[in-house]
Design a protein around this ligand. Structure first.
Ligand code: NAP
Length: 363
């Protein structure tokens, strides 16, 4: 079993919404060095990584064996979040498998895989819940844990299962972007009375660091995280309590949802470099139908007691998260959450790099 903590960690997805706090959590106190993979070392996000600690950049793509080899060979840890919204489900699975195999071959000591729930399996293999960007990761998460049973003396591995970032409910160009209608913040999503297992990005920094700091406990573990199960009627009430402004959730049919802001994208491939002529490629509509059904029907569970033990000061409710975000916005001189969701402000801020890049970039 691995016992030594990794000292230099190769991070795939470092400039992303998840990667930025993860790199900060790993490198921020000087205990670890990070080698961050990016396709563009000159992007503002790539440059921001350099101020987080002992961070260096490797320019290239995860869809390139030589680059993977170069990055993994020079590190003893790896955090791997392969962007399925670039590749599409099929190609994501291939590169995730190759990354694990090459990490093992190149002498990495501890491997953490950025995962999502295997929705199709957790829903009893019912196609209404098929969600390419979840299932692609979830299958590989299971595969890595099964490989790890034989390989763990050579390289330990853990799976880090997240869910939709809480920030997505207050950001532009996401599946749950709010609108402001007649001065009421409005979430129109097909969620019924279900709940989304929203995740705090700030807490991801802590959890990933914890996995690398506790290799003996983390080895073979699937750490499934969330703030709480967030019902959107409760999210709207919490928003009202925090801001004093009106907010509401409007349960929406899938047809109305895909005729709304996602209309232009609904029939395009969910992965911007996935082959539209490949019959295995899921469209936005197919992919996010499964996604919303998963939340609507409460398919996904979390062990909150375990999370409390691992991260005693974790964010425990959407309201707590909203209060922190409101405070941070005010401290940054941008007003609070109410100002944040106004269309002119929302338009210019995207928590996801893919939103900033407008779904463009090479594989
Ligand atoms: N949105 C959510 O709530 C959520 C929650 C959990 C998990 N996820 C999953 O996380 C993944 C995306 O990460 P994110 O949420 O952090 O999104 P993001 O903000 O859009 O970031 C995408 C990241 O992937 C990197 N990337 C994309 N293509 C690459 C390539 N060919 N080679 C190297 N790096 C590449 C980007 O780096 P450069 O552009 O700098 O090259 C960037 O760091 C997706 O698989 C998604 O399903 C998303």
């Amino acid at each position: 079993m691995p016992s030594q903590q990794a000292s230099k960690i190769f991070v795939i997805g470092a400039t992303g919404a998840q990667g930025l706090p993860v790199v900060r959590g790993l490198a921020g106190d000087g205990k670890c060095r990070v080698l961050a993979l990016t396709r563009d070392g000159n992007s503002a996000r790539a440059k921001s990584l350099l101020g987080m600690g002992d961070v260096s950049i490797l320019e290239g793509s995860f869809a390139d064996e030589q680059i993977l080899r170069e990055g993994l060979r020079s590190c003893d840890g790896a955090f791997v979040n392969i962007d399925g919204f670039n590749t599409g489900e099929k190609t994501e699975m291939y590169w995730a498998i190759r990354t694990y195999e090459i990490a093992l071959e190149e002498g990495v000591r501890f491997f953490v895989y950025g995962n999502l729930d295997y929705a199709l399996k957790k829903a009893g293999y019912d196609s209404r819940f098929r969600t390419g960007h979840y299932d692609g990761k979830g299958r590989i998460g299971e595969w890595i844990l099964s490989q790890n049973r034989a390989n763990c003396d050579r390289m330990g591995a853990a799976v880090f299962t997240t869910g939709p970032y809480m920030e997505m409910a207050l950001s532009s160009r996401t599946p749950m972007t709010p609108t402001v209608e007649d001065d009421v913040v409005t979430w129109r999503v097909p969620l019924g009375a279900g709940a989304v297992v929203h995740v705090s990005l700030e807490d991801c920094a802590y959890y990933v660091r914890w996995l690398f700091d506790h290799p003996e406990r983390a080895n073979g573990m699937n750490l499934e995280v969330a703030i709480e199960h967030v019902r959107y009627a409760d999210l709207a009430s919490a928003f009202e309590r925090v801001t004093g402004r009106r907010a509401r959730y409007i349960d929406t049919s899938l047809d109305d949802y895909f005729a709304g802001a996602l209309k232009a994208a609904a029939d395009r491939p969910a992965g911007y470099n996935a082959d539209p002529d490949d019959p295995s490629t899921m469209s936005f509509r197919d992919n996010f139908t499964g996604f919303w059904n998963m939340w609507k029907h409460n398919i996904i569970t979390r062990d909150y007691d375990l999370l409390d033990r691992i991260h005693p000061t974790r964010i425990r409710s959407a309201e707590e998260w909203l209060r922190r975000m409101d405070r941070q916005e005010r401290e940054a001189g941008r007003g609070g959450l109410w100002e944040m969701v106004q269309p002119e402000n929302l338009r210019t801020r995207s928590v996801l790099k893919i939103g900033e890049d407008q779904r463009r970039g090479r594989l």
